[in-house]
Design a protein around this ligand. Structure first.
Ligand code: C6P
Length: 408
């Protein structure tokens, strides 16, 4: 395998801990949130120890250092996704807030009753509920690209939906349940041909694949730092410049203004127009360090390694009698293995595995409609990142055999 996983693991302090005496941590829940390397932890620590100050406000040394660190991280993130300018990288709290920003600002300014928004059946709740809310408020229409039995988007059904001249196509780049990597470039090209804008939920793709916003020609793209070795509390909305410039502010307050009078205000320029109030400064610094870290390992190497690991995991899991796996084969998916085990509730599977130090997630993973589509309330989900190993996959498989034994 192409990565030196032994030395990568040494950079993540959490892997030194045991979940109970003598039981090392096997962390297979990076789709929920990734672990953090020492470089990220130390960058945030160092910021608080040496440079803590508010940004864009003071002229003292610390304020200028803090501002430079906050804006420097934005430059790094812009480069990481190949944004034409750092001004097009808006800091938010997370993917969820980024999608809500588009729904509140762009959509409320541009959509009226009867306008169609196309989503998919595999969306996370954060790319469903903001549109449900707008539907209730505005009377927009929602349609969904169906998911096939093998966990792919039905692109011929999508093409038929496009005949109804949608205003927006908003979809996940990679499913957090099926692992499916959707053909984002093609979906965007077809949407544009039909005259629609596009929003990509890249919460699961940016951490694991090289994502180039210019090559994709996407209009808006949302992701979170905490799934890509960075801290919680910060995410990004990328947008095309002309769209962001035309959009009204989302939240009002300090820093997002050029001028305020008693009865009026003028909004600030990009990106500050969308960043009201004191932002997550230390988190931005950590986000920049995370991007440096992932770049130093190499996104292509990370994707290739995860692919090999996922292929191995799927092969091993499918051998277990009573396991039903969801999603396409390894060629079409990222490092996610969601499954059900005959007559054992996913929460029981997760709880028993936890006794052996194995952390997986069980539940609907904030994708209830997708689970409903497959006729199940919940799945167990193991997910992989650059620090996981084949030995951990083997321990997971042994753990599932133990669950089977316990439940007869
Ligand atoms: N999925 C999971 O365990 P936030 O919480 O805003 O950082 O990310 C939301 C989100 C949006 N889209 C997709 C595809 C996601 O997977 C997630 C987060 C986690 O699957 C937590 S529910």
């Amino acid at each position: 395998m192409s990565l030196d996983v032994g030395s990568i693991r040494k950079q993540f302090p959490i892997f030194q801990r045991e979940t109970s005496p003598g039981v090392p941590l096997i962390y297979l829940d990076s789709t929920a949130t990734s672990q953090k390397p020492i470089a990220v932890i130390e960058a945030m620590n160092e910021y608080y120890r040496r440079s803590n100050a508010n940004i864009h406000r003071g002229v003292h040394t610390l304020a200028e250092e803090a501002t430079a660190m906050y804006e420097g991280a934005r430059e790094k993130i812009a480069k990481f996704i190949n944004a034409p300018s750092a001004k097009q990288v808006i800091y938010t709290r997370n993917t969820t807030e980024s999608i809500n920003l588009v729904a509140y600002s762009w959509a409320r300014a541009n959509l009226k009753a009867g306008d169609l928004v196309i989503l998919t059946e595999m969306e996370h709740h954060s790319n469903l509920v903001p549109w449900h809310m707008l539907q209730a408020e505005r009377g927009i229409e929602l349609e969904f690209i169906p998911v096939t039995e093998d966990g792919l988007l039905d692109l011929s059904a999508y093409k038929t939906l496009l005949n109804r001249t949608p205003k927006l196509v908003s979809f996940t780049h990679m499913s957090n349940v099926l692992g499916t990597i959707n053909p984002a470039g093609e979906i965007i090209r077809l949407a544009h041909e039909a005259g629609a804008m596009t929003l990509v939920d890249a919460a699961q793709s940016v951490p694991h694949l090289k994502v180039d916003v210019q090559a994709l020609d996407v209009d808006f793209l949302a992701f979170s730092a905490h799934k890509m070795c960075g801290p919680t509390g910060i995410g990004v909305l990328y947008g095309k410049k002309d769209l962001l410039e035309a959009m009204p502010p989302f939240l009002g307050g300090g820093d997002m203004i050029k001028e305020v009078k008693l009865r009026s205000f003028r909004a600030n320029s990009l990106p500050h127009k969308f960043e009201a109030g004191t932002p997550a400064i230390a988190e931005a610094v950590g986000f920049g360090a995370a991007v440096d870290y992932l770049s130093s390992v190499g996104m292509d190497a990370i994707s290739a390694y995860e692919h090999e690991l996922t292929e191995y995991a799927l092969e091993r899991l499918i051998e277990i009698p009573g396991v039903r796996l969801f999603g396409p084969d390894a060629e079409k998916k990222g490092g996610v293995a969601s499954f059900v085990l005959d007559s054992v509730h996913p929460h029981d599977v997760a709880q028993i595995l936890d006794k052996g130090g194995i952390a997986i997630r069980a539940g609907h993973h904030c994708a209830q409609p997708l689970h409903e589509k497959f006729g199940i309330p919940a799945t167990s989900r193991a997910s992989f990142y650059l620090y996981n190993t084949k030995e951990e996959v083997d321990l997971l498989v042994n753990g599932i055999y133990k669950v089977k034994e316990l439940f007869g």
